[in-house]
Design a protein around this ligand. Structure first.
Ligand code: HEM
Length: 505
């Protein structure tokens, strides 16, 4: 141990001197938005809360304005707090604001560089984005529809059978759609592979947030061989990587067994393995499949948590939505709404956007973008390598939205109703915009239309819903109390008639 102390001390002193000299030189050349005061050398790292990062950034935004700067050791983060500046920088200048920062913990250690979501702007990212686009792009969305139809029917039937498990049914619904398309198999209730995905994601997501790991502040620490023994973060990161790899590999191993047994249906992964497998390592293939599954599951689940809480707390929008639904499907539960009804259901289309805006959970602090060249904006001069994130929770609850606290789909009625990414930042911005937004919007549309047509959603009188913190990413926790019951006997009979077979498999 003592052999480590001398080089460690020398290293700390040299780093400190280097940082002081470098930051003096930088502050002369560059001009950043107001800084949140922090400690010498480490900056704001000790201020980042473990929980509720979204509300924390909102409080800072309320104090420091449209843009502010946080420092985590060598890393500089600029937080964008209005739709205007996100549009000006991440969208209009997306050619230079679309890389990802070096996050040694989240990307190099936990993902071994394979998570496409965190890949730097470059050829590896482009090639994976093309693959994702190939399966999720607008010309392929019809592939998802039969699965969205079936899984939303299963959701209604399961809700009728066991309304007390409502929160876990939302996750099964979301996961089963993407599992069906990617791996050609449905997700059962209490599916162990789904709980494994939740667990690794719940641990991974916080590492994408500002100041999440000490090594992100001093990436050089991860590369110095004599410090390996002292890299206290590495043991945790390596363990999470091993678990993630296992969770992502498992559906591929199961698929291969089904192929051998002759029971596998054609799906994205059978096609991918047949045509592309030679271009990627086994681990890359596992992370491509895993990225699709993790990106496609929890985001949809937490948006539906928002829809249900928002509807129970602010039920006014339901009356107008039901008027549209009843005129399309009949006032006495004649039939379920379908995708073909979309143009006649603008309130449902608006509710899709509102459920993504209202209380973002998975990307409550945005997903960090990185600037690749020096840039100037409204008197500021940003160095290449500055990290920019949009304060997703804060902007969603800011004066950018009229009565932002309220769940109110009306705000999205109008010309852009068909453009699901417009008017809010739930799907991100610029060239890193969520590649699955069309699939996500269809998942939400069919689930919301059917839920609202068939069920009443009410607050529990004894335990009211509170939404001052993002919904927990632990999907096994009931996030709030709510009462979900069929609208009428006719609606119950409709579900029993039309949805039973989808739920029994
Ligand atoms: C309501 C559901 C969803 C929400 C709110 C959501 C949100 C997001 C956000 C905020 C980003 C980062 C954007 C940025 O950095 O600017 C993202 C990226 C991504 N999303 Fe989604 N997403 C959803 C559903 C989906 C689905 C269903 C899929 C695919 C099955 C998907 C696949 C991806 C992928 C692969 C990326 C990485 C894109 C890149 O880095 O280039 N997402 N999503």
């Amino acid at each position: 141990m003592s052999t480590h102390i001398v080089p460690l001390l020398a290293f700390c002193i040299c780093s400190w001197l280097f940082c002081v000299v470098a930051s003096r030189a930088r502050s002369r050349r560059y001009k950043l938005p107001p800084s949140v005061p922090g400690l010498p050398l480490i900056g704001n790292i000790l201020q980042a809360p473990h929980d509720g990062q979204g509300p924390y950034l909102k409080r800072l935004g309320d104090k420091y304005g449209e843009m502010f700067t946080l420092r985590y050791g060598r890393a500089t983060w600029v937080v964008l707090n209005s739709k205007r500046v996100v549009h000006e920088l991440l969208e209009k200048r997306s050619a230079i604001y679309s890389s990802r920062p070096k996050l040694p913990m989240a990307q190099a250690i936990i993902s071994r560089g394979h998570r496409m979501l965190l890949m730097e702007y470059g050829e590896a990212w482009r090639s994976q984005r093309r693959i994702m686009h190939g399966i999720l792009g607008s010309n392929k969305r019809d592939i998802f529809r039969p699965f969205q139809e079936t899984e939303s029917k299963a959701l209604l039937f399961h809700l009728l059978e066991s309304p007390e498990t409502w929160y876990s049914l939302l996750g099964r619904f979301s996961n089963s759609i993407i599992m069906s398309v990617v791996f050609g198999r449905r997700t059962t209730r209490n599916d162990s592979s789904l709980s494994e995905i939740y667990k690794v994601q719940e641990e991974f997501v916080p590492y994408m947030m500002p100041g999440a790991s000490f090594v992100d502040a001093f990436p050089i620490l991860a590369n110095i061989p004599f410090l390996k023994g002292l890299q206290f973060w590495r043991r945790k990161g390596d363990a999470l990587y091993e678990r993630t790899k296992g969770v992502f590999q498992r559906p591929i191993d199961e698929l291969r067994l089904r192929i051998q047994g002759g029971t596998q249906k054609p799906c994205f992964m059978t096609e991918f393995l047949a045509s592309n497998a030679h271009s990627f390592s086994a681990e890359e293939v596992a992370f491509i499949g895993g990225t699709l599954i993790e990106a496609g599951t929890d985001t949809t689940r937490t948006s539906l948590l928002g829809l249900i809480a928002g509807t129970a707390m602010y039920p006014q929008w339901i009356h107008r939505a039901r008027k549209e639904l009843d005129s399309v499907c009949g006032p006495n539960a004649e039939r379920l709404p379908t995708f073909d009804d979309r143009q006649d259901l603008p309130m449902i289309q608006a509710a899709v956007k509102e459920s993504v805006r209202w209380r973002p959970a998975n990307s409550q602090t945005g997903i960090p973008h990185c600037l690749i060249v020096d840039d100037e904006f409204e008197g500021y001069r940003f160095p290449a390598g500055t990290v920019f994130t949009w304060n997703n929770w804060g902007i969603s609850l800011s004066s950018d939205f009229d009565e932002a606290e309220r769940f109110n789909p009306d705000r999205f009625l109008g010309d852009d109703i068909d453009k699901v990414t417009k008017g809010h930042l739930g799907f991100g911005a610029g060239r890193r915009l969520c590649v699955g937004f069309g699939v996500a919007a269809n998942n939400l549309f069919i689930a919301i239309a059917r839920l609202v047509y068939c069920f009443d959603i009410e607050q529990d009188r004894v335990i009211p819903i509170t939404v001052d913190k993002p919904f927990p990413l632990d999907a096994d926790i009931e996030p709030y109390k709510v009462i979900i019951k069929p609208r009428s006997l006719a609606h119950r009979e409709l579900i029993e008639r039309e949805c039973r077979s989808a739920a029994l498999f």
